[in-house]
Design a protein around this ligand. Structure first.
Ligand code: GLU
Length: 442
């Protein structure tokens, strides 16, 4: 490969991104960045009925959240004249022909073919219409849609994930490129854009394999270079079933709202279905350095949202304060370093913030023991050694040791069974709060 790759992520703004789209976006981005290439965001919004500005903005927000900055941006609805020009070129070359069948007629044809044990394939009846017949159909109110005439040859490409792909000409139907109202369909618009925007690698889901077969011919007919293709298997759930029914709950937006960190999801999606171990990384750059398309397998990867939580915890445990600064009101570095090792979600930081800087209800099991401990609290300033010195003194005076010493103190001081190291928490809680929670008086 000579020049740096130029890839695109091409969602249709007919909904928010789900983990399946997210994986395609992550893989495209990492592939490009690994090789110093460019990542283009292209909104496939030619379906005017289903595309909305709100979804387009939502997709941009989803990608921005994941950290996948785009180096270029295109919107298909801005490029309609390009598709018209490409259709003209095909028409002039005799590769685009008008068809008049209604959807019902086409469906009947397909049924008949299936009944005869043949693959459903457009029979090209319209190709043989005379000019008079066409005029008669149009006079009767029919408007043509336009099909691309494929050559009667097999299509072959070396897929970067699936290996060599071979499509027999007999299985391919001439695709419709323009609808009755003249609007282009995805097969055309995508190919025109991939050529004109200089895309070198098309990385997308394997639901597009059949599109690729016809698009390869279309690239050639339009005189563009044929890009390299990589088709990734679609994700399945933990039980091996397709994700389509659960995609709402697996939107990037909802995972984010549940507390999944962007880097957790990006790491998971980068490693899923690959020969690499699934491990969280603290930067996209690191994921990009490690990325290799050749590590991705052909088997459908299982996406299990439960697997995200241990990764999320591992990520939070490693993040420096700078990575979370500004995301939790009142959080400071000392508090962050004390609590990060106990978090599964960043939002849990607010609980510890309240415990250290605000109010919490102490759990009191043995008031006399706590009062004795309170009386031994040293004067401030406190630091990381205070807990050890204080509990040593409490042990001497009360005779409590081990769990009987530490656990009641934790319960009273934090109101929690478990949590971060008390040595780190105690100076953050401070003497005033500690005294009050232990039931002592100052
Ligand atoms: N808009 C298409 C989709 O969302 C793009 C497919 C492609 O990458 O070519 O499936």
């Amino acid at each position: 490969m000579s020049a740096a790759p130029h890839v695109r992520f091409a969602p249709s703004p007919t909904g928010r991104l789900h983990v399946g789209n997210g994986r395609i976006a992550v893989v495209n981005w990492l592939f490009a960045k690994h090789l110093g290439g460019r990542f283009l965001l292209r909104l496939d919004d030619t379906d005017l009925e289903r595309s909305t500005t709100a979804f387009a903005e939502g997709i941009e927000a989803d990608l921005a959240w994941l950290g996948l900055a785009w180096d270029g941006f295109a919107r298909q609805s801005d490029r309609m004249d390009r598709y018209t020009a490409a259709a003209e070129k095909l028409r002039a070359g005799g590769r685009l022909y008008p068809c008049y069948e209604t959807p019902e007629e086409l469906s009947l044809k397909r049924k008949a073919q299936r009944a005869a044990g043949r693959p459903p394939r457009y029979d090209r009846a319209a190709l043989w219409l005379t000019a008079d017949e066409r005029r008669a159909l149009e006079a009767a109110g029919r408007r043509p849609h336009w099909r691309f005439r494929l050559e009667d040859r097999d299509v072959v490409w070396a897929d970067l994930v699936r290996g060599e792909q071979h499509f027999a000409a007999t299985h391919l139907s001439d695709p419709v490129l323009l609808r009755e109202d003249g609007r282009p369909l995805y097969t055309l618009s995508s190919t025109v854009d991939d050529i004109e925007l200089g895309i070198t690698h098309v990385i997308r889901g394997e639901d597009h394999v059949a599109n690729t077969a016809v698009q390869v011919e279309l690239f050639e007919a339009l005189g563009g270079p044929v890009p390299a293709f990589a088709h990734l298997p679609l994700l399945v759930d933990a039980a091996g079933a397709g994700l389509s029914k659960r995609l709402g709950s697996l939107s990037l937006e909802s995972l984010r709202a549940e507390g999944v960190e962007a880097l957790t999801l990006a790491s998971y999606l980068a490693k899923l279905g690959s020969s690499d171990a699934i491990e969280v990384r603290t930067s996209l750059d690191q994921l990009a350095r490690e990325f290799d398309l050749a590590h991705l397998g052909r088997a459908a990867p299982r996406f299990d949202p439960q697997e995200l939580w241990p990764l999320n915890a591992r990520l939070l445990h490693q993040l420096p304060f700078a990575a979370v600064a500004g995301r939790v009101d009142g959080l400071d570095e000392a508090l962050w370093l004390a609590i990060r090792g106990n978090l599964t979600r960043l939002s849990e930081a607010t609980d510890w913030l309240a415990i250290c800087r605000g109010e919490t209800t102490p759990v009191v099991e043995d008031a006399a023991f706590l009062a004795a401990a309170a009386a031994l609290l040293p004067p401030e300033p406190w630091d990381g050694t205070t807990w050890k010195a204080w509990t040593e003194a409490v042990k001497q005076v009360t005779g409590h040791k081990g769990r009987a010493l530490f656990h009641p103190l934790r319960l009273a001081l934090t109101g929690r069974e478990q949590g971060p190291e008390m040595a780190a928490l105690l100076p953050l809680i401070g003497r005033g709060r500690a005294l009050a929670r232990l039931g002592g008086s100052s």
